[in-house]
Ligand binder design. Structure first.
Ligand code: FAD
Length: 466
């Protein structure tokens, strides 16, 4: 351990810590290994100590002590991120917020909670006390924290109706602690939210969240099978464009994904079936069935309320978003993925162009999404990995075709986003983290403002491989 980290650890010894080497190693990791590129680069990383604050006062103390000793601090919600977001590139202190898990207030349309609460537990409490639930959650609902979703996620189950997480209105307020000699506690609303939402904890630690709620329903899970991919895509787009039918999820899985990778679905589909996974509100079931009946080739093969299977497939949403990749990886470790945005109005034709270019090398997995009031697709295609060079080429071809790529094979905010500085995040980092100690190495524009995005960023402060 570096002398500075040892001194900070000693000064914080009255706060709960993880001491076992295996725990320190596992708390230093997230789901970075989805990417063969990140696996190669980040696998050796480990924090020097792990501290588990129970309150905002303890967070302030940790940030103050680490600031005084120049020790980097990387925050962890539940470690389910995919970009190595929660991995401590230069060691130091790993601050795990699992003990900050209280729901503070529930009101009509909103909830106030601590950031470390697991989303499933948050939903359980709002549902029990008020009949409400979060509008959207990642498919890691059962394992991810609400603070980690806000700082690292982008949207998910619910985004077909409510849009992306950072769209106006989808976060109400965030309380944030800065990393200075005397940490400040700030409340952000409106435009200010963009300073810290999806900033990977690089410029402040979220200690309280206020999120909008919607009425909770007993969502009906369904699977609909099609023999033709384009028809499945058009059906999904059409369903989402029926505003009177309330859905929470529409996912499209190109054949033979369902047959090859969905263990409990296999027996009910053929190699040729493209599958659509849907969550529909009970009061919209009639509308959904009427809509589906207009598509003569749509086969409703599963309904959680009625048409059940001997072995339940589990929640439909745990087949969607990045769970699709996880399921595929269990069968074929050579698979990886991309994150693509197919924008309205060209989304359907763009997907067809990409399919024609790559065939089975890039299998289409689409999540139907609302963007600026329009329905479009977020793609999380499964890519057959051959070499890093080919992966780069696949990304480039997508971009040349007009697709937007959020590259999941990079650990920085800019490369995983729009390949440019988010000025609001950078400006706030200057103010809130003057020594650059919060999750170092994740914001390129902080380290190298003139970075050329043609190459992969390699953070100079990263711990060397042993
Ligand atoms: P972590 O991984 O612990 O942290 C994420 C980032 O936020 C890190 O940079 C961390 O430092 C920072 N952070 C955490 N807490 C705070 C805080 N309180 N203050 C400041 N910074 C903080 N993502 C989606 O958006 N949608 C999906 O549908 C989705 N599906 C997924 C499916 C699978 C199977 C997997 C493995 C991942 C998926 N993800 C998805 C990615 C990830 O699950 C989500 O982003 C999740 O919400 C992260 O939450 P977490 O608590 O695990 O955060």
């Amino acid at each position: 351990m570096t002398p500075n980290a040892a001194a900070a650890k000693a000064a914080l010894s009255h706060i709960e810590m993880d001491e076992a080497p295996a725990a320190i190693r596992s708390k230093s990791r997230d789901f970075f290994w989805y990417s063969p590129i990140l696996k190669e680069r980040l696998d050796h990383l480990e924090a020097e100590f792990v501290v588990n604050p129970k309150s905002e006062a303890e967070v302030i103390e940790i940030l103050k002590v680490c600031y005084a000793h120049d020790v980097p601090v990387t925050c962890r919600g539940a470690g389910t991120g995919n970009y190595g977001q929660a991995m401590p590139l230069s060691g130091g202190c790993l601050m795990h917020l699992k003990n900050m898990n209280r729901v503070k207030e529930i009101h009509p349309g909103r909830v106030i909670a601590e950031p470390g609460i697991i989303i499933k537990d948050l939903d359980a409490q709002t549902r029990a006390e008020s009949g409400q639930e979060l509008r959207m959650h990642p498919s890691t609902w059962a394992t991810a924290s609400i603070g980690g979703f806000i700082a690292g996620g982008s949207g998910g189950v619910g985004s077909v109706t409510w849009g992306a997480l950072r769209d106006l209105g989808n976060i109400i307020r965030l309380r944030v602690v800065t990393m200075e000699a005397e940490p400040r506690v700030l409340d952000f609303r409106g435009e200010e939210l963009h300073r810290v939402s999806h900033a990977y904890g690089t410029n402040g630690i979220i200690t309280e969240v206020e999120m909008p709620l919607a009425p909770a329903y007993d969502w009906i899970d369904t699977f609909v099978a099609f023999e033709d991919f384009r028809e499945a895509m058009e059906y999904s787009d059409g369903l989402a464009n029926n505003p009177g039918i309330l859905v929470k999820l529409i996912s499209v899985y190109e054949a033979p994904m369902a047959k090859a990778y969905f263990q409990r679905v296999k027996a009910h589909v053929t190699e040729a079936d493209t599958l659509v996974g849907i969550m529909v509100a009970p009061q919209s079931l009639d509308g959904f069935q009427t809509f589906s009946a207009r598509w003569p080739n749509a086969r409703i093969i599963y309904r959680s309320d009625d048409l059940q299977w001997d072995r339940s497939p589990g929640p439909v949403f745990e087949h969607g978003w990045n769970h699709t990749t996880l399921r595929a990886l269990k069968f074929d470790p050579s698979i990886t993925y991309l994150q693509v945005r197919y924008r309205f109005p060209d989304h359907i034709e763009l997907v067809e162009k990409v399919r024609a270019e790559f065939g089975a090398e890039v299998l289409q997995h689409l999540e139907v999404l609302k963007e600026s009031g329009r329905i479009c697709f977020a793609g999380l295609p499964l890519v057959k990995f051959s070499t890093p060079e080919r992966l780069e080429e696949i990304v480039k071809i997508h971009e040349e075709m007009g697709c937007m790529i959020f590259n999941p094979h990079r650990y920085t905010l800019e490369e995983g986003g729009r390949q440019s500085a988010d000025q609001r995040q950078l400006d706030f980092k200057r103010e809130a983290d003057p020594k650059g100690l919060l999750n170092p190495g994740k914001m390129i524009t902080w380290d190298e403002p003139d970075f050329d995005y043609a190459k992969i960023y390699a953070y100079k402060g990263m711990l060397p491989k042993p």
